[in-house]
Design a protein around this ligand. Structure first.
Ligand SMILES: Cc1ncc(COP(=O)(O)O)c(C=O)c1O
Length: 387
């Protein structure tokens, strides 16, 4: 079959591949502890589910505006104004089928073939693939050992083709967080070189140290915020995300969306509205749980010989370096993840998927009980190969 070049060059999601391999072992009756998932294990809070039931009961089941319903766009604009001191209106907001579609809309709206987009490493798996899908070129910015990103590191990669920069804070997979000073300098650099700053803040509410600074608070003309209900409200399957951008760009992205998916499900939009405007204690509750799990995981990992990690400040991942576990048979992160899955029955994601060979991603979006068993298996698996 002759497929289009744009699809031949993309890499299928490695996180999904881990899930498939783990599912296959489980089908064979093997008990696998899955530390791979990038989604909350909590159920969607009750009041959000009730809003969806009400939407159904009221037959709110038809097309909505392609931009998303006005009340939800307004609620998102108000959230930004309240939390980040911006002055947005509903017209700055486009409701999308998850942050993933918001990111794709942005790429389709601002990039031409041959444009370059800077992506700091490690990065979320879909950033480079989406850039390639619209004919542009991802350019990777290597960060230091502690994954610290600086304006100087970015500047080294700017050429006359550079059009945008994608930042993700808190970061998936490393849990690193950009502080105000760092972000300020990066925004100044973007201003100097006339670059868009695409700011993925999907994990904005899951922060354990420091503060979350939104790039749109520093420069609403240059920065485009992308976030979603998926992680904050444990709503991954509902598919509601958004972009917050200058109005002209939002109109362009709405035109693209009007010819692709139109809008997220009408019912999901009502649920997301309840999530954003309702009681936020569910978010605090989930954060407190992640906090406990993070403490446990970090404490355990510190006692495992053969790995090293940077303490994550946000999201729900740890990203240890495992090169000291490589040997004649295990020569890279994919081999190592396969070894852990097949021999220790614990699933993790190889760092290569995030552009960082030599690392693995461990998710703590799973119960303490599962984490306890998972880390025990990880410890035993590593002991077999380390040294
Ligand atoms: C950094 C980052 N951005 C975007 C997404 C996509 O989320 P959504 O479910 O809102 O499409 C994810 C999901 O894993 C993510 O980790």
């Amino acid at each position: 079959m002759k497929l289009a070049q744009r699809v031949v060059q993309i890499t299928p999601s490695a996180t999904m591949a881990v899930k498939r391999a783990a599912d296959e072992l489980q089908r064979q009756g093997i008990d696998v502890i899955d530390l791979g998932p990038g989604e909350p294990d909590f159920p969607t809070p009750e009041h959000i589910k009730r809003a969806a039931e009400e939407a159904l009961a009221q037959n709110f089941t038809k097309y909505t505006a392609e931009t998303g319903i006005w009340e939800l766009r307004d609620a998102i604009a108000q959230k930004y104004n309240k939390e980040y001191g911006t002055r947005y209106t509903a017209e700055n907001v486009l409701v999308t089928s998850g942050a993933k579609q918001a990111l794709y809309n942005i790429a389709a709206a601002i990039l031409e073939a041959g444009d370059e987009v800077l992506i700091p490493v490690p990065y979320w798996v879909s950033f480079p693939e989406q850039i390639k899908l619209v004919g542009a070129r991802p350019v990777f910015v290597l960060t230091g050992k502690d994954f610290r990103l600086t304006a100087d590191l970015i500047e080294e990669h700017i050429t006359k083709h550079t059009k945008a920069l994608i930042l993700n804070s808190p970061n998936n997979p490393a849990g690193t967080v950009l502080d105000r000073k760092q972000l300020q300098r990066i925004i100044e650099l973007a201003h100097k070189h006339q670059l868009w700053v695409i700011y993925d803040e999907c994990y904005e509410k899951f922060l354990y140290e420091g503060e979350h600074v939104s790039a749109v608070a520093l420069d609403p003309e240059r920065a485009i915020a992308v976030s979603s209900a998926s992680k904050t409200y444990a709503m991954t399957g509902w598919r509601v995300g958004w972009s917050v951008a200058p109005k002209e760009l939002t109109r362009a992205m709405a035109a693209i969306q009007s010819h692709t998916t139109s809008h997220p499900s009408s019912i999901s939009q009502k649920a997301a509205l309840a999530a954003l405007t309702g009681d936020q204690s569910c978010v605090a509750h989930m954060l407190a749980e992640y906090h406990k799990r993070r403490e446990f995981v970090l404490r355990e990992l510190r006692t495992i010989d053969g790995i090293e990690f940077v303490v994550p400040k946000g999201a729900f991942f740890v990203f240890p370096n495992v090169v000291r576990c490589f040997n004649g048979q295990i020569t890279n992160s994919a081999d190592f993840a396969r070894y852990l899955l097949e021999s220790a029955h614990v699933a993790v994601v190889p760092g290569a998927a995030f552009g960082a060979e030599g690392y693995i991603r461990i998710s703590y979006a799973t119960s303490l009980e599962q984490l306890r068993e998972g880390l025990k298996r990880l410890r035993e698996g590593i002991a077999q190969v380390y040294g």
